[in-house]
Design a protein around this ligand. Structure first.
Ligand code: SF4
Ligand code: SF4
Length: 276
């Protein structure tokens, strides 16, 4: 079974829940945890798992042949990422951090003046502790588009997945491309939120997305006692789902998180009941 731990808003505790769920399930089952929050992966720290790099993630970047280039500017015009700088009368050049390797510039160049080079955009890492295997991705700082790293981790982990009872996907915050990519093929999603106006707003966005992707979704309310949860209940009702677990604010949980210790809470058992 493939389970997504997601949520529109950052800082609601997705990684806390994903690691706690993986930790508990791994007591009796084989669990593969995918850390697809590639901008800031931290599941290894919370679980105290030592990881090692297994692969670089590379992407295509254009290389200009200035002997062939006629300074027409078409490559710059086609680039949706604004990664090619072109000033009339001058040769174009690329801003590597903005290039997503789509190859449109190479295809459009009428003078075949563009070939492909590779640039490293991230890494894939792996770690293991008992029944639990962690595979994740880490973006190179300053690279802007994280979907390529998310997709590379998903491809790399494919051959592992068959050997596990559960695959838990820890997504990034938001509803942008890397999150969509992480959610694809998940059987069930748990949206982690908190009872704040921003939590309510972002919960609605993620539930709208999982509905579009036809993924059965439930809500986990973290720090459930910091404000009135009515607003979260209303959103859950609107999307025909419910809050299946609540975790009140706890200094102990915060402390465990800060020292890299997975939380143990009855709410995790409630999630496990939903995925048995
Ligand atoms: S499209 Fe080709 S010829 Fe035109 S500016 Fe770009 S590299 Fe040069
Ligand atoms: S490969 Fe795509 S993103 Fe990169 S410079 Fe060319 S058009 Fe732009």
């Amino acid at each position: 079974m493939r389970i997504a731990i997601t949520g529109g808003k950052g800082g609601t505790g997705k990684s806390t829940i994903a690691t706690a769920l993986a930790y508990k399930l791994a007591k009796t089952k084989k669990v593969l945890l995918l850390d697809l929050d590639v901008d800031c992966p931290n599941d290894d720290l919370i679980l105290g798992i030592k990881t090692k790099k297994v692969k670089d993630v590379e992407s295509m970047i254009p290389k200009f042949d200035y002997k062939k280039c006629k300074k027409c500017g078409l490559c710059s015009k086609i680039c949706k990422e604004h990664a090619i700088v072109f000033v009339k009368g001058n040769f174009p050049f690329v801003i590597p951090e903005q290039c997503i390797g789509c190859k449109a510039c190479k295809i459009v160049c009428p003078f075949h003046a563009i070939t492909e080079e590779k640039q490293k955009i991230g890494e894939i890492f792996i770690g293991k502790k008992g029944n639990l295997t962690l595979i994740g991705g880490k973006m190179k700082p300053v690279i802007e588009e994280s979907s390529l790293v998310v997709n590379a981790v998903k491809k790399f982990s494919q051959e592992y997945e068959k050997k596990y009872d559960y695959v838990i996907v820890d997504t990034a915050a938001g509803t942008h491309c890397p999150v969509i990519s992480a959610l694809l093929n998940c059987d069930i999603a748990f949206a982690v939120t908190e009872p704040t106006p921003l939590g309510q707003h972002d919960l609605e966005l993620i539930l709208k997305l999982t509905k579009k992707l036809k993924i059965k979704s439930y809500v986990i309310l973290n720090r459930s006692d910091i404000a009135n949860k009515k607003m979260i209940e209303n959103i859950a009702r609107k999307y025909k789902t419910k809050i299946i677990a609540e975790i009140p604010y706890s200094k102990e949980i915060e402390k465990n998180y800060s020292v890299g210790k997975p939380i143990e809470h009855e709410a995790i058992d409630q999630i496990i009941n939903m995925v048995k």
